[in-house]
Design a protein around this ligand. Structure first.
Ligand code: DX5
Ligand code: ZN
Length: 216
């Protein structure tokens, strides 16, 4: 199933609740929540208090993307704040297997993210254990960047691997997805679509509906 995951990194934080409701009303299924630690990526974004507040105000699937070094340190707290999906970066984990265990023990969906230049081989042994693979289509850490074209080949390659192995793993894509690039990532095989600027720049409800229309 195709799902849209608006990334609140691009939201107007003075009107966060209102904008999230607009995306939900328009039919978005997930809400993408980017946690940055100023270490794995240069920026710092937001964390637990914002996540708990959102949990109280929305029924959307909370799709938490941890751009933090050694995320095992925070998985318990993030889960307690009401995350539905927790995605960790393969590059940020000394023990990726343990991170996946911690997510699955809490009966949440587990995702593993790869930066654009990280090879798909990093997923070889853990693919059957995870629910979602997040292929970063830009370098993580900043919204509003341009999609890196070679990541389309990477999505295509991953889709082939998943099908060949008879798995049902979701492929999420994140970074530079807009009204133009959306059809390219869908064609390549992605089914969970993160979009920040394209949703939150302008009329959120209208943008969400337009993106969902392309995804039908
Ligand atoms: C980038 C973040 C993205 C970001 C996407 O590091 O992981 O989720 O918000 O923003 P856009 O869609 O504007 O590229
Ligand atoms: Zn993200």
């Amino acid at each position: 199933m195709n799902c849209l995951s608006p990334s609140i990194l691009a939201a107007d934080f003075t009107r966060l609740g209102e904008q999230v409701s607009a995306a939900e009303q328009a039919g978005a299924q997930y809400l993408h929540f980017d946690v940055m630690d100023g270490c794995f990526v240069p920026n710092i974004s937001f964390g637990m208090p914002v996540l708990s507040s959102l949990r109280e105000s929305t029924n959307l699937m909370l799709d938490v993307h941890l751009m933090i070094q050694e995320p095992v340190r925070y998985i318990k707290e993030i889960a307690d704040c009401g995350a539905d999906i927790i995605t960790v970066h393969a590059e940020a984990c000394t023990d990726l297997n343990h991170a996946i265990d911690m997510i699955k023990e809490r009966e949440l969906l587990a995702g593993v993210a790869l930066c654009p230049a990280t090879s798909l081989t990093a997923l070889d042994y853990i693919l059957p254990r995870i629910d979602m693979a997040l292929i970063m289509t830009v370098n993580p850490g900043l919204g509003g960047q341009k999609l890196i074209p070679y990541t389309l080949d990477k999505i295509r390659d991953l889709k082939k691997i998943i099908d060949r192995r008879g798995l049902k793993t979701d492929i999420e894509v994140d970074g530079g997805i807009n009204f133009k690039t959306l059809e390219h990532v869908l064609d390549a095989g992605a089914n969970i679509i993160v979009s920040g600027s394209a949703v939150f720049d302008g009329d959120v409800e209208e943008n969400t509906k337009r993106l969902l229309d392309i995804m039908k």
